[in-house]
Write a protein that binds this ligand. Sequence first.
Ligand code: HAH
Length: 338
Amino acid sequence: ASSEKGLKDYYSDYFPIGVAVSPRALQGESGELILKQFNSMTPENVMKMGPIHPEENRYNWEYADQVADFAVEHNLKLRGHALCWHNQAGDWIFKDENGDQVSKEVLLQRLKDHITTVVQRYKGKIYAWDVVNEAISDKEDEFLRDSPWYQICGEDFIIKAFEYAHEADPDLKLFYNDYSAVHPIKRDKIYKLVKMIQDAGVPIHGVGIQGHFSIYEPTEQELRDAIEKYASLGVEVQITELDVSVYHKEHSRRDPLPKDEDDAFKPEQEQKQIEQYDMLFRVFRDYKDTLTGVTFWNISDRYSWLDNFPVRGRKNYPLLFNEELQPKKAYYKVIEFK
Ligand SMILES: Oc1ccccc1CN[C@@H]1C=C[C@@H](O)[C@H](O)[C@H]1O
């Protein structure tokens, strides 16, 4: 570890600073950047249901173990992501041997086996899991997402997932995780869901606000209102997947980059990004007694999941380190308070 301070040192009196990693990113210069800047990690993909459990009777531990071993070796906190999700799940889990949809009982048993096996393998290494990811609908008049989980189990899969995770490791911090979690409509539905889990007498310790923000949103008031609303339930709050896209959030777009669209990083985008990161971390610091972690989703602008989502092939520049892994102007704004 180098002598100069990193984000984790500037924020040591506030909350851990985490980063989403792939096994490959643990090596070389990106591995050095992780150790200098961060004291928490989340595996970006390798502990999702499909990657870690591709077939009913086969688990793929190799890559998940590499991330866990790195965290243990360097004494980094480790968040697990994600025990129950409709995306990147092996589609075998919803099907019987004839390829028909399984019953609720079979699916819940498979969910229990998955959660118990994965949680127990990393007991003592992972302190918090995103137990359920993105179960709330984006449709204004719909409460829960109409995923195969919901179609087969109704809302029970959510409460059962938390119950199974708690049984597997009672010491775990259990999170519900979602995006657009500071939009008032979705915020209120997440609030309702967390309250439903609490009312079922099942442990839930935190809400994960993913934090896929942009230089245009959220407003400071929306962010404050959401953190306060979740905190009013008596749970921790974490920013679990922070990045600040230089484009407007367009969940619906899937078209490739238009020929005439120039996706270079522009000075006016950078100016807005500096202002947005400054606001975000000012608010995070204000809520240091409620926020128990801030995790960036990916390490640097060298690679971001936003380079292909929602617009394939459109380069994004959402993080605090540039493509050469050097701190950007926004980085210096985020540490300026110290
Ligand atoms: O912001 C969104 C908009 C629509 C769908 C999903 C998301 C965010 N979805 C997140 C992003 C990247 C994945 O690696 C994470 O596992 C997932 O939680």
